[in-house]
Ligand binder design. Structure first.
Ligand SMILES: Cc1cc2nc3c(=O)[nH]c(=O)nc-3n(C[C@H](O)[C@H](O)[C@H](O)COP(=O)(O)OP(=O)(O)OC[C@H]3O[C@@H](n4cnc5c(N)ncnc54)[C@H](O)[C@@H]3O)c2cc1C
Length: 310
């Protein structure tokens, strides 16, 4: 309950235009802990840096709820540029995309623009042997995102596209089971959006229990699981679960966010687990940054101290 209240307060305050203006003008030095720069090159430099510690990468060009079809298509073009640059610099590209940023919900030429643009992105990634994960956003988008994932999976194959389920949503257990026929690559997260209690569990212990359930069910189904959390107790339990069930270390991976629990990321990689860092970059970092602050009270002090230092 307190977690929910804290998150709600921070996200509400962060949503105020005046707060955004101040943080945008003074907060970049602080945001850099969570965001790998504003350009493709800074993001690829971060990939190279993480490689030294045996950590894989998942690149995310920031931008969400972009409004006009032209801007959405321009955004998708930028993701294509990222894929090209990664390939040119010798990386097999692995990217995440928010369908709202490429036009989901806008119909152009009789088709949802999000699907049209995602098709271009997944197609390009496949050309380079890469992978695209469709991020999950607020609950109103889940049906359409899962339907579009199913379409893209059919067109490009499960080696090149995956998606995400959020354990705070009551519906996710049923959503996972309904995808079993695809044997899909799924990232399991707790969920980062401000959601009503009618759709999302308000109590953290329930979200955590639901998280374990989803991961174990997907592993038992024999599908690839991206265990995306910094929660050490869950990570420990997953390590025990895979040992007990004879699940190979290449049948799943741990994923964490850039700049969060680097020690844990390095430690797991050193133990021979696959670890992938989610690397956001780009000029539109404010909404992403606000969600990271909303996840942890200590982060508010970190931001305030950083901004006061200027
Ligand atoms: C790779 C990846 C991809 C994601 N993709 C999505 C997505 O598509 N859709 C979506 O809704 N959400 C996504 N998320 C966010 C996720 O839903 C959670 O909000 C976030 O991961 C925090 O939850 P947690 O699992 O780490 O557990 P928590 O219980 O929140 O945190 C466990 C511990 O992790 C550390 N920690 C967690 N967050 C922070 C932070 N911000 N700063 C510092 N320490 C922290 C703290 O030590 C904390 O005690 C993603 C997360 C990851 C790691």
């Amino acid at each position: 309950m307190i977690d929910q209240l804290y998150r709600k307060t921070v996200l509400t305050v962060a949503g105020q235009k005046a707060v955004e203006t101040i943080v945008r003008s003074r907060g970049w030095s602080v945001a850099q802990r969570f965001v790998a720069g504003e350009s493709i090159q800074t993001a690829l430099d971060a990939v190279r840096e993480l490689e030294k510690d045996g950590i894989l990468s998942n690149l995310d060009l920031l931008g969400e709820f972009i409004d006009s079809p032209e801007k959405c298509t321009a955004f998708a073009d930028n993701v294509l540029r990222l894929l090209d640059a990664a390939h040119e610099q010798g990386f097999t590209p692995y990217v995440s995309v928010k369908l709202s940023s490429v036009g989901q919900g806008q119909t152009v030429n009789g088709e949802d623009l999000g699907l049209t643009n995602a098709r271009r992105i997944v197609g390009r990634a496949r050309q380079y042997g890469g992978f695209v994960c469709l991020d999950m956003e607020d609950h109103a988008r889940v049906d359409q995102t899962l339907a579009q994932f199913r379409t893209l999976h059919g067109e490009f194959g499960g080696q090149h596209v995956g998606t995400v389920l959020q354990s705070y949503l009551y519906r996710s257990e049923a959503d996972r089971a309904a995808l079993d026929d695809l044997n899909p690559n799924l990232r399991i997260v707790k969920g980062a959006y401000l959601e009503p209690e009618t759709v999302a569990m308000p109590v953290k212990a329930d979200v955590d229990a639901s998280y374990r359930k989803l991961v174990y069910a997907h592993m038992k189904a024999g599908a690839y699981v991206n265990v995306a959390t910094h929660d050490e107790s869950i990570i420990r339990d997953v390590q025990h679960f895979v040992l007990a069930h004879g699940i190979a270390k290449d049948a799943f991976e741990f994923q964490m966010l850039y700049g969060i629990r680097r020690d844990l990321q390095k430690n797991l990689a050193a133990q021979g687990y696959r670890v992938r860092a989610y690397i956001p970059y780009g000029r539109d970092w404010y909404a992403y940054f606000s969600r990271r602050i909303a996840e942890r009270p200590a982060n508010v002090m970190f931001v305030l101290r950083g901004m006061l230092r200027g």
